[in-house]
Design a binder for this molecule. Sequence first.
Ligand code: TUI
Length: 320
Amino acid sequence: MNSKIVDLLGIEYPIFQGGMAWIADADLAGAVSRAGGLGLIGGGNAPKEVVQEQIRKIKATTDKPFGVNIMLLSPFVEDIVDLVIEEGVKVVTTGAGNPSKYMSRFKEANIKVIPVVPSVALALRMEKIGADAVVVEGMEAGGHIGKLTTMTLVPQIVDAVNIPVIAAGGIADGRGMAAAFMLGAEAVQVGTRFVVAKESNAHQNYKNKIIKARDIDTVVTSQHFGHPVRALKNKLTREFDKQEKAALKEENPDLEVFEELGRGALRLAVVDGDMDNGSVMAGQSAGLVKKEETASEIIQSLYSECHEVIAKEAKRWANI
Ligand code: TUI
C-alpha cells in the first residue's frame, strides 16, 4: 500500500505508537521503530534529563525513525523543546494543547511536527503555521481527550486540510485500521494495544487490567472541571466522580481537590501497579485487547488484518 506518512517519515508501516506518559519509553518505542512503525517516546511530565536518557537509549538501539511526544501541559515543556532540538530528533508530536509558539523553532531545526488535534479549527490552524501532518484523536482514546469521536472527526478534518491525517482513538486491530483508511487517514496511531506489548514496561497489573477489560469498563473523569481523562474504572475514578458531583453543587468549587487526586496517579498505576489509587488510563478499545504480544507481532497483525478486510470488502463490491 502507499501512504504519504510512510514516505514523509521513511517508516515501513503506517502505524504510530501513542506517546503515552510513563509507558512510552525507549524500550517500547525502540521495539515499535525496529518493527517498522513509528515509535514515540512520551515526554509526559518528565524533566529534561529523564527524556534525554530515553532519547539516547533509543538512538543506541536503532537507526530507524522515531519521535518524541511533547505533552504541552508539562511544567518542563520549554526544556523538552530545547532538548529535541539539541538531540536532533526528527519527528515531534504534541498533545494536550496548542504548539504554535514553538513551531518556528521546530521548523528551523528541520523537525517534522505532527500535533494531536481534537477539532477542525485547531487542525486548520496547525496546517497554516506549517505542521507536516496532524494526529486526529477521537474521544475513544485513553488519557486526556477532546469531545468528538474518531468516526466523525477524522473525515471532517480530512475534508478541511491538505496535510496528511493520522487517525487515533479506538483503533486496536486491523478492522479499526481499515475503517480509519476509509475515512481518509494516511496512517493510524495505536495506544492501548501497545501498553500490553511484551516490550512495554507498564506494570503487569496494568497490562492484566487492560486484558480483562470489557467494552463498558472505561470512564471519563473531570468532564466538568479541568482536563477530561479516560481511564479504566476503579476506586480513583469513583472518587473523582464523587468529588465532581459535590463540586457541581458548589458556587465556587475547590478545584485543587482534582489536582490533588490526579497528581502522581499515572505513575502509581504504571510503575507501582496500584490498580485502586492509580490512574489506569486506557481507551475504549481495551475491550478488544486480549493478549500480550511483541510490538512486531502487533504491527504485523494490524497490517495483515487490515489488508485482509479491505481485500474482502473490495471483493464484495467488485461486481456492483
Ligand atoms: O494528550 C493526550 N493525551 C494525554 S496527555 C496526558 S497527561 C495529562 N494527565 C492529566 C490531565 C491532563 C494531561 C494523558 N493523556 N492526547 C492528545 C490530545 N491532545 N488529546 C486532546 C488534546 C488537545 C486538547 C486541546 C490538543 C489541543 C488542544 O488545544 C486546546 C487549545 O489550546 O487550543
